[in-house]
Design a protein around this ligand. Structure first.
Ligand code: PFF
Length: 469
């Protein structure tokens, strides 16, 4: 970020932002948190969050970036002065924490892609048939367990992190933006194909029922868990709440219509996650049918691996398709991981004058170490993921909306109008939405998120510690 470039092509900005947004948040995290939230109840709250909060919030980050043409720390210092620059430290910690476990999960995708190459999914599953019968589950569930922790998981975490560090150290991001152009359409085609196939499964209707038909009683009963989970997921999937979109918009010229660009990014990102749900739930309810329509898999964390792995072991040409699918997702994860590491590295370069290669290697090494416990036991995945998602991202997002809504509302409206024309009442509506309802919902979600996290620490995590240490 030391030299201020602007995007070479008109689509460069959208591609980079989509490359950051579309990743494991859509493919792995979305089905995982949706199944934890009980399916449709979660989906409904999540979609409301994206529309009513995610979209206004992406514009908040865009205007800060384009107005100042600075990194988030510099931008907040320039626009707000004083203590606002310290917000940057929260962003730094968030990126650090997210990337540490993101890389482990991306490693699982790389591994799954290779399983197709070396064994084929049908053979890989066949190995576990007896064990699965004993444990009353499906082979795909056991395969996931063997990939998720242990030496393999560690090695693939190392490989994925090394590639991310290499690209960021060399500053060769251009190639990645070109890759996004191919990757996103390929991903969408693969996902639609899988969704159409999943529609033909015997329990497809039960899957849709679980995913699409919300039980309002459930929402009312569980709102205190659904709210922070849905808010966190909305920010995670859109790469919001830690300044990444501030960085991307800081490279923009004046002439883009930010509302339109934001709309494209949000629609693509949400559409991709939504289709993933149309695939995962019919498959899971067909593979492990339950009379009550509940999901019967051991670890929801692995929902996508279990569902899609199972599917590829049965469909014709499943192995080729599986290698492609897991490989494309690993690439999508790479473009998101690069945006996270680039964020950390740019901060070290800009604020502390560290050399790019040193910063990339040093930060990458430290992030790798932080992720290592996840490869040992998935309880550490929850420890890091919930902290980043239900606490850090919500905190960062809350501060940013307060900043724009209360400290620089006029500057923000003026900046948003560039490339759009006079905003009139929609500009007012945006600022008032940001000022009061969005701030309130975020504060409530944050408070609930902190409480949920505290009860995880004193509950499940404390139990794990006392059982294992
Ligand atoms: N949005 C990415 C995903 O959905 O996988 C994850 C992510 C990237 C979050 C960059 C935050 C971020 F700054």
């Amino acid at each position: 970020m030391s030299q201020r470039e602007t995007w070479a092509t008109r689509t460069g900005f959208i591609l980079a932002a989509v490359g950051s947004a579309v990743g494991l948040g859509n493919i792995w995290r979305f089905p995982f948190v949706t199944s934890e939230g009980g399916g449709a109840a979660f989906l409904l709250i999540y979609l409301l969050f994206i529309l009513l909060i995610g979209f206004p919030a992406i514009l908040v980050e865009f205007v800060i970036g384009r107005k100042t043409k600075l990194n988030p720390v510099g931008a907040l210092r320039e626009l707000g002065g004083g203590a606002w620059k310290y917000v940057g430290y929260i962003f730094f910690v968030t990126a650090f924490v997210i990337l540490s476990y993101y890389s482990v999960i991306a490693g699982w995708f790389v591994r799954y892609s290779l399983i197709g190459v070396t064994d084929g999914y049908d053979d890989a599953m066949a190995q576990y048939e007896d064990q699965a019968a004993e444990q009353e589950t499906i082979p795909a569930d056991i395969l996931f367990d063997t990939v998720a922790t242990g030496l393999d998981s560690m090695v693939f975490h190392a490989i994925f992190m090394a590639v991310t560090v290499g690209i960021v150290a060399l500053g060769v991001r251009r190639g990645i933006e070109a890759a996004v152009k191919l990757m996103v359409p390929a991903l969408i085609i693969l996902l639609i194909g899988l969704a159409v196939w999943a529609a033909t499964l015997p329990e497809a209707a039960a899957g849709y029922q679980y995913y699409l038909s919300p039980n309002f009683g459930e929402i009312v009963a569980n709102w205190d868990e659904l709210l922070p989970a849905a808010a966190g997921q909305a920010f995670f999937t859109l790469s919001l709440g830690m300044g990444v979109m501030i960085v991307y918009a800081s490279y923009l010229g004046e002439d883009r219509n930010l509302a339109k660009d934001g709309g494209i990014i949000v629609t693509l990102d949400t559409g991709i996650a939504f289709i993933v749900g149309l695939i995962v739930f019919p498959i899971l309810l067909t593979a492990t049918p339950d009379p009550d329509g509940e999901l019967l898999i051991e670890s929801p964390i692995g929902a996508i691996f279990v569902a899609v792995g199972d599917a590829f072991s049965t469909v014709p040409a499943g192995t080729v398709l599986g290698v492609l699918f897991f490989g494309v997702v690993a690439l999508a994860a790479l473009s998101s991981a690069i945006s996270l590491l680039e964020f950390v590295v740019a901060y070290l370069i800009d604020e502390h004058g560290v050399q790019r290669k040193v910063a990339a290697l040093g930060a990458g090494g430290a992030i790798f170490l932080l992720g290592l416990p996840v490869t040992y036991d998935l309880v550490f995945l929850e420890l890091l993921d919930y902290f980043a998602d239900s606490v850090l991202l919500l905190l960062g997002a809350t501060i940013l909306v307060i900043f724009v809504g209360w400290i620089i509302p006029e500057v923000a409206k003026d900046e948003l109008s560039k490339g759009i024309g006079p905003l009139g009442s929609s500009g007012e509506a945006w600022i008032w939405a940001v000022r009061i309802p969005i701030v309130i919902v975020l504060l409530v979600s944050l408070a609930l998120g902190v409480m949920d996290y505290a009860s995880f620490l004193t509950g499940d995590f404390a139990d794990w510690i006392s059982a294992n240490l």
